[in-house]
Design a protein around this ligand. Structure first.
Ligand SMILES: [Fe+2]
Length: 280
């Protein structure tokens, strides 16, 4: 057996510094730009055969204009567009800012994207902080997104129907799930854009929702362990950090989104999602 070499204090320190700088370089330079396309099938009870295979392209949490540029949004949208989604959904935090900040133009961000059932968005907490009306009109004027605020649009294909709603933000807006799906036949399946997934735990009311499409948590953005992020911006810790989650009230798909706040992500790559609905 060879003699084991003991490391000097200096060598331990040098290796520690090298490890720290490697993690820092990765989390600031590589991972924030390393997009992941997540594909997931989701069964929706009562979904008609005509909508079996309906594809939702989900992109969230842009946080324009800080820490993101048009090119990165194009890369994300191109990844999704290549999958030919039937609809694009954006559940909020299009912008980041505070009241009286300029609501910058979104011209050029989404000009070339289309889908058979269009593009729909709702607003997130950061959009409300900047100003609900100003942000909503910017999105309507500058992009092909239809903004749904406690409202829905019907989706019909080959005799099957689905209600696609957008609910206002749980903490900063005035969410109303009943209003969102007002007039929808109880038998019709409902998919709801809702920025903050905590709504799936806290909503009180008897309006059924079959799937909520959420963002907000950024997948924790910086994880210390693969299953643990110290900050999720959710009152329920890791529960709604990312992925398909059965909440107390509603089931949600929570995307990690594109956010690159402070130009940093660790073990939580920016995500675009292709959800394929399956009739159950
Ligand atoms: Fe966000």
């Amino acid at each position: 057996m060879g003699e084991r070499k003991r490391l000097t204090r200096r060598q331990v320190l040098q290796r520690g510094l090298a490890g720290t700088s490697a993690i820092a370089s990765y989390s600031f330079l590589l991972e924030p730009n390393w997009l992941e396309l997540v594909r997931r099938d989701v069964t929706i009870k009562g979904l008609g055969k005509g909508l079996d295979g309906f594809k939702i392209g989900l992109v969230s949490d842009l946080h324009v204009p800080r820490f993101i540029d048009r090119e990165f949004v194009h890369s994300a949208m191109d990844l999704l567009a290549a999958e030919k989604p039937d609809v694009f959904c954006l559940p909020g935090d299009v912008y980041e800012g505070v009241r009286n900040d300029k609501v910058v133009s979104l011209k050029g961000f989404f000009d070339h994207y289309s889908a058979p059932y269009g593009l729909v968005a709702t607003l997130g907490n950061h959009d409300y902080r900047l100003g609900e009306r100003a942000v909503a009109s910017r999105i309507r004027d500058d992009t092909p997104f239809k903004v749904l605020l406690n409202d829905h649009v019907p989706v019909e294909r080959d005799g099957a129907v689905l209600a696609l709603g957008g609910c206002n933000d749980l903490r900063w807006g005035r969410p109303d799930v009943a209003k969102t799906f007002h007039g929808v036949d109880p038998k019709v399946p409902r998919v709801m854009l809702a920025h903050n997934p905590d709504i799936c735990e806290e909503w009180r009311g008897d309006t059924r929702v079959d799937l909520a499409l959420c963002g907000h948590t950024h997948g924790g953005q910086i994880k210390l362990l693969p299953w643990y992020a110290p900050v999720t911006n959710s009152r329920y810790g890791q529960k709604y950090r990312e992925g398909l989650v059965q909440g107390k009230v509603y089931r949600a798909y929570v995307t990690r989104g594109l956010a690159r706040q402070f130009h940093c992500r660790l073990m939580s790559r920016p995500e675009v999602t292709l959800l394929t609905l399956r009739s159950g």
